[in-house]
Design a protein around this ligand. Structure first.
Ligand SMILES: NC(=O)c1ccc[n+]([C@@H]2O[C@H](COP(=O)([O-])OP(=O)(O)OC[C@H]3O[C@@H](n4cnc5c(N)ncnc54)[C@H](O)[C@@H]3O)[C@@H](O)[C@H]2O)c1
Ligand SMILES: [Zn+2]
Length: 696
């Protein structure tokens, strides 16, 4: 099985006993107040390891083992549940889900015709008991058969009304959790109280639900996912609740004024086939990053009570429901360093350097820290264990320090005294610190880059000229260059008529550069010359680039899940500048590329006939070295690379086993030797010109 999740390898009985102890301690802390030393991934990996060991050594299973038990067997309570509050079994892939469905249908001896598909809410399970419509008691899940009375929390849970619409006696089951807003408020309260924060919304909810004598009150949110009558209740309503499909019970719950997921983007639905179930799973997973509350999977339930009753339950979980787990979106890692960078607008932003950690499909090494006030609010220190959050295309962020994991070796984070880019003073009057030079701080560098030879190539615009224009406040960014008047330029010192006209002509000419160079001029972080060419060729127009989301950017060769959201965010930030360029009439199209109007609409092909044309270098990685000659003699390296990419190839500067072709001119040195050693095909500039002759 390729989709089996990883587990901790346990080699002997001693290691097994230690693993059981660690899991039990972690679970106890997790359910009590959320202060487990392990993140969920680490815990689950450990428990899977324990289960694997027990399978191989059934005689050695320890009484304290967490396997097969609700809440790992560590939680106790003194309020018995009328019907056990169980956990859920897990699957991790479409294949495992299909296997589970098949086994359930085998057990039933028939196909399941209705599935309820709901988000798996990531909070604390809770039972809310209503008598004649009034909320009288709140009980935690505990060990599944008995829980703890947490009625003191009544009145602090949004979505769990004190009174239902009708005077009914019923038990609502659902999840008590914190929305991101409630979490921020809770952290602020705790910070004000004892200078610490909660690690994440789940543990904050767990701690808050059980906290009895805190001097401050934190608000929680309830989402219901079940309703049951008392076992001996023979009323008509009780009968109905026992017979209605799960989905209709949930409609009834919502009608009684309690909150369900209905109305959210991840509302429960009824699906009639496994394909539909899978589609909804994907839909919920896609919506996850934008949700204002945490989910850690999708719960799939047989909707009809007949199916549920016949399938029954094990001691730990029902057999008619399953949790489809989504990858963890947060992990615990170490905060190693904080870097400070001055952005294009002069804002000085901290960035966390982390011990690399794999999260939601990519390795995270850097994370956003917002600003100084935010660091102070979270009470972060260097060397802290921190919870890092990342889901989908979201830029990773540091959620909070894990205060209970502090060793005493943590050090305060130093804040910069001067602008890290130019050394000038910092304006600290706002939450977002800024260089006193504002946009001007980075202007000289970014304008100098934009007008450089490989970008807009504006001759006669050396750095001292740019500085002059900045000082005279004639420009603030390179977009302003295109709006300069002859009088303005002439008014500068040492600017004669001829040089003025030359400069204005050069600026005018810069408007016709290919999109790849215009894009490159923007200086988007992480996109140099060759990446800009790839982006321009992929999308064809600036309009398409601006319309692309992070997922679309990942279609571009070399852009992964860490870079894509950064590019999108930077482009939004550069919006005004791009608008200015468009207004000035700067070319926004990549020559030789037209957009094909298929769905998704981002694939490109050469213009001309309507049919795609096989490009001469399609699929090839080409390196150029030495002096060009023949028809290519006048081409700069950048122009050579542009030519390669126009011809469908990928330009690279290093020879490796992946190189398809080396174009080697006179005085080719080590690259030629390396290509020979690797058996890479070598062409002279003249031979290469032949290959791409149609594009010259
Ligand atoms: N970090 C740690 O140290 C640690 C320790 C123990 C457990 N855990 C984590 O807790 C999880 C196991 O906990 P669990 O046994 O409570 O199981 P679970 O939370 O994975 O699944 C069962 C629970 O899901 C909840 N749920 C959410 N949405 C639901 C819906 N729509 N319908 C029905 N139920 C829904 C219910 O409360 C139910 O009890 C594991 O994923 C593990 O990572 C972590
Ligand atoms: Zn500065």
């Amino acid at each position: 099985m390729t989709d089996a999740p990883p587990f901790t390898a346990i080699i002997d009985e001693t290691a097994y006993a230690e693993a059981v102890q660690l899991a039990a301690d972690a679970a106890a802390a997790y359910y009590a107040d959320g202060t487990s030393p392990l993140d969920d991934d680490a815990y689950d990996t450990l428990v899977r390891g324990i289960a694997a060991y027990e399978k191989a050594h059934p005689d050695h299973v320890l009484e304290a083992s967490p396997t097969g038990k609700v809440a790992g067997g560590v939680v106790v309570g003194d309020v018995p549940h009328t019907v056990p509050m169980l956990s859920l079994d897990n699957v991790f892939s479409p294949g495992q889900l299909a296997d589970w469905v098949a086994s359930l249908e085998r057990r039933l001896g028939r196909a399941v015709t209705a599935w309820s598909v709901e988000p798996k809410l990531d909070g604390m399970a809770i039972s809310a008991r209503y008598r004649r419509g009034r909320l009288v008691q709140l009980v935690t899940r505990g060990d599944g058969t008995a829980g703890e009375d947490v009625s003191h929390a009544i009145g602090t849970i949004v979505g769990l009304p004190g009174r239902l619409t009708d005077p009914v006696t019923v038990e609502l089951r659902g999840e008590a959790m914190m929305t991101s807003e409630q979490f921020a408020a809770a952290c602020a309260k705790r910070q004000a109280h004892d200078g610490t924060t909660f690690a994440n919304p789940r543990s904050a909810a767990a701690g808050t639900l059980r906290a009895q004598d805190r001097p401050y009150v934190c608000e929680l949110t309830f989402f219901g996912y079940g309703a049951l009558p008392l076992p001996d209740d023979a009323s008509e309503l009780a009968q109905q609740l026992r017979e209605l499909p799960h989905s209709q019970v949930m409609d009834w719950v919502a009608g009684q004024g309690a909150q369900t997921t209905a109305g959210t983007t991840v509302a429960g639905i009824v699906a009639t086939s496994v394909e539909q179930v899978q589609l909804r799973i994907e839909g919920i997973a896609a919506a996850r990053p934008e949700l204002p509350f945490g989910i850690d999977g999708i719960v799939i339930k047989a909707d009809l009570t007949a199916d549920q009753a016949q399938a029954g339950s094990s001691s730990r979980a029902p057999r008619w429901a399953i949790a489809y787990k989504l990858p963890a979106t947060e992990k615990i890692t170490k905060l190693l360093e904080v870097e400070w960078n001055t952005g294009r607008t002069g804002v000085i932003a901290p960035r966390a350097v982390l011990q690399p950690v794999e999260l939601d499909g990519s390795v995270v090494t850097y994370a956003t820290l917002h600003n100084v006030a935010d660091i102070t609010r979270r009470g972060l220190m260097l060397g802290d264990s921190v919870v890092v959050y990342k889901a989908g295309d979201v830029i990773p962020r540091v959620e909070s320090p894990v205060v209970h994991l502090r060793t005493g070796d943590e050090r305060p984070i130093g804040f910069p005294q001067v602008c890290p880019a130019c050394g000038d003073a910092i304006d600290t009057s706002q939450e977002r610190w800024r260089c006193v030079r504002g946009r001007g701080c980075r202007a000289i560098a970014s304008i100098g880059y934009a007008v450089g030879r490989d970008q807009l190539d504006i001759e006669g615009l050396a750095d001292n000229r740019v500085q002059q224009l900045l000082d005279a406040r004639l420009i603030a960014d390179f977009g302003d260059l295109f709006f300069l008047t002859r009088e303005q330029v002439l008014s500068l010192e040492r600017m004669a008529e001829v040089s003025t006209d030359n400069l204005l002509t050069a600026i005018e000419r810069a408007k016709t550069r290919p999109l790849s160079r215009v894009f490159c001029a923007l200086g988007v972080r992480g996109t140099g010359r060759s990446m800009s060419r790839r982006i321009a060729r992929h999308f064809g127009t600036m309009e398409a680039i601006r319309a692309a989301d992070a997922e679309a950017f990942q279609q571009v060769d070399g852009i992964g899940s860490e870079k894509a959201p950064v590019v999108v965010a930077e482009l939004v930030e550069l919006g005004d500048l791009i608008d200015k360029l468009i207004k000035a009439g700067v070319n926004m199209v990549e020559p030789g590329v037209t957009l094909v109007g298929d769905e998704g609409g981002t694939s490109t092909r050469p213009s001309g006939s309507g049919e795609p044309v096989a490009l001469p270098l399609a699929g090839m990685t080409v390196v150029v070295t030495g002096a060009m000659s023949g028809p290519l003699e006048t081409l700069s390296r950048t122009q050579m690379n542009e030519l390669i990419e126009r011809a469908g190839g990928r330009a690279s500067s290093n020879v490796s086993a992946k190189t398809s072709l080396l174009v080697a001119g006179e005085k080719a040195g080590s690259k030629r030797a390396k290509a020979e050693a690797l058996g890479v095909r070598i062409a002279s500039p003249e031979e290469f010109a032949q290959m791409v002759t149609q594009l010259l």
